[in-house]
Design a protein around this ligand. Structure first.
Ligand SMILES: O=C(CO)[C@@H](O)[C@@H](O)COP(=O)(O)O
Length: 230
């Protein structure tokens, strides 16, 4: 079932350790087939060194396992909430990559300091609020998804313009039109987080780049009037 999607999701998962974003089993990538409403995700707790194409798990949007030998990633309920809310999202990646996770643990948005950031993320990369003890003890991963959505809705952020978020006390999630793009955004987020940390170290008084940098650079690469592409 969904052999092409499984292949893409497996390859996207394997790109994470190749890019140095994964330690042990800490992370997961999924991709959705919008026709069937099924999504493919990495199994839980399987070491990336041992992960095979056949280990991928197929789920539906009600949280039922459709196919697979293992349990789905423990972060599945977070992926599921994002897929249900945003039909434009075709793939999601989660890591504990150290630069982005450090900003998440610090509970801070990553300000837009330059064009590297603006080429990929429109405006600052938001940090979703801390979960309450009740939210943590009930269904932590589902509530993580709901708090991400709350952040984007309250702040009026378009998730396809800012395809990533930091979750306080946890780590980053990124997404895109498919699993491959979700991982590319995870790679960019890690670099942007590293540069922001260094920028603030070099100049603790630095201010975010002006809005015209944000607008010019982002919309040159994305949307109807993009200069790049066809
Ligand atoms: O954040 C966590 C656990 O705290 C997970 O993202 C990480 O360990 C990966 O879990 P899975 O192996 O995908 O279940």
């Amino acid at each position: 079932m969904l052999e092409e999607l499984k292949k893409q999701v497996y390859e996207a998962n394997m790109e994470l350790p190749r890019r140095g974003l994964i330690t042990y089993t800490w992370g997961n990538v999924s991709g959705i087939d919008r026709e069937t409403g099924y999504f493919v995700i990495k199994p839980s707790g399987v070491d990336y060194d041992k992960l095979t194409l056949d280990d991928m798990v197929v789920m539906d949007l009600d949280g039922n396992k459709i196919e697979g030998n293992y349990k789905p990633s423990s972060d599945t309920p977070t992926h599921l909430e994002l897929y249900k809310k945003y039909p434009e999202i075709g793939g999601i990646a989660h890591t504990h990559s150290s630069e982005a996770t450090s900003w998440a643990q610090a509970g801070r948005d990553i300000p837009l300091y330059g064009t590297t950031h603006a080429d990929h993320f429109y405006g600052s990369i938001p940090c979703a609020r801390k979960l309450t003890p009740e939210e943590i003890y009930s269904v932590y991963e589902k509530n993580t998804g709901l708090v991400i959505i709350e952040t984007f809705e309250k702040r009026g952020i378009n998730p396809m313009h800012t395809p990533g978020v930091l979750c306080t006390n946890h780590g980053p999630f990124t997404w895109g039109k498919d699993a491959t793009e979700a991982v590319q955004n995870a790679v960019v987020l890690e670099e942007v987080a590293k540069m922001a940390t260094k920028t603030e170290l070099i100049n603790p008084k630095v201010k975010p780049a002006p809005d015209c940098i944000r607008d010019k650079h982002f919309f040159r690469k994305h949307g109807a009037n993009a200069y790049y592409g066809q």
